[in-house]
Design a protein around this ligand. Structure first.
Ligand SMILES: Nc1ncnc2c1ncn2[C@@H]1O[C@H](COP(=O)(O)OP(=O)(O)OP(=O)(O)O)[C@@H](O)[C@H]1O
Ligand SMILES: O=P(O)(O)OC[C@H]1O[C@H](OP(=O)(O)OP(=O)(O)O)[C@H](O)[C@@H]1O
Length: 231
């Protein structure tokens, strides 16, 4: 059986992903020219590399078209319901850190917690004639956190495909759920994170699609062990 590993072909995780595999003893090379989307590992005919974007990797892991992938935990949990049943987070790789957070306008002085926000959501229709709106590209994580963890049901998600932090100022949503690393984009947009508003502390992970044929497979076990040993 050939084991396929999805690695970022571009973006912020690209260099660190190849470096961690190299430290684990797997030297990755493109097949054909530099622009190829297939790679191989030197000396290993039993491992194939698929170069994809971080978000494509989460999709391919969900489909099971790759066995392993290096991508952000946020992208995997957003893509997959019941993520822990479907995939194994084999190793946290120490780069690509970002928190998925709930942020509200700084001027909402009496809103500091999710409970405060729940009160705002409850009163919102009476005050404004519509539901509280949340701009995000993290639909699943937002619904799980608001409805599942905090019992907040009265809101509407407004899909955001970019510049999410600008939504409250432009009037396209009241609050946001987005990723932050240094926090400077939130500050620049006069937004504050609720004190219990961190939905997920994400980083790049080695993720395995749980497949029956992986049971007892020596190459699968070797990849996990060597990557863990390289951290
Ligand atoms: N400052 C940051 N902004 C956005 N994502 C970040 C940041 N820091 C770390 N990440 C992580 O990087 C991953 C996304 O990486 P990247 O933007 O390269 O992905 P992509 O999905 O390939 O991009 P694209 O949207 O161009 O397809 C996510 O897992 C995210 O958590
Ligand atoms: O907390 P900070 O360090 O300010 O980073 C957070 C910002 O960085 C990302 O956007 P980016 O401009 O990287 O674009 P992307 O979302 O398209 O990757 C992310 O979407 C946030 O807007």
């Amino acid at each position: 059986m050939t084991i396929t590993i999805g690695l970022p072909s571009k973006g912020r995780m690209k260099e660190d992903s190849s470096a961690v595999l190299a430290r684990a003893g797997f030297t990755v090379a493109a097949v054909g020219n530099d622009r190829s989307y297939r790679g191989r590992v030197e000396g290993r005919d039993d491992i194939e590399i698929a170069f994809l974007s971080a978000s494509e990797i989460s999709r391919e892991i969900a489909n099971g078209t790759v066995d392993f992938g290096v991508t952000g935990e946020d992208l995997v949990r957003e893509r997959l319901a019941e993520a822990d049943a479907r995939v194994e987070f084999c190793a946290r790789l120490g780069f690509g850190h970002a928190d998925v957070v709930v942020a509200v306008p700084e001027i909402w002085l009496d809103v500091d917690t999710m409970a405060d926000l729940g009160d705002v959501a409850t009163d919102f229709r009476a005050r404004h004639g519509r539901r509280l709106t949340i701009a995000t590209k993290y639909w699943r994580l937002t619904q799980q956190f608001f409805s599942g963890n905090h019992g907040i049901q009265l809101y509407r998600i407004v899909e955001s495909l970019g510049a999410t932090e600008g939504a409250p100022a432009s009037g396209s949503a009241d609050i946001i759920v987005d990723i932050t690393s240094t926090g400077s984009t939130l500050v620049a947009n006069h937004l504050k994170i609720l004190s219990d508003g961190v939905i997920l502390k994400s980083e790049a992970c080695l993720v395995r699609a749980r497949k029956p044929e992986h049971e007892g497979d020596a190459v699968v076990a070797e990849i996990i062990e060597r990557v863990r040993g390289a951290l």
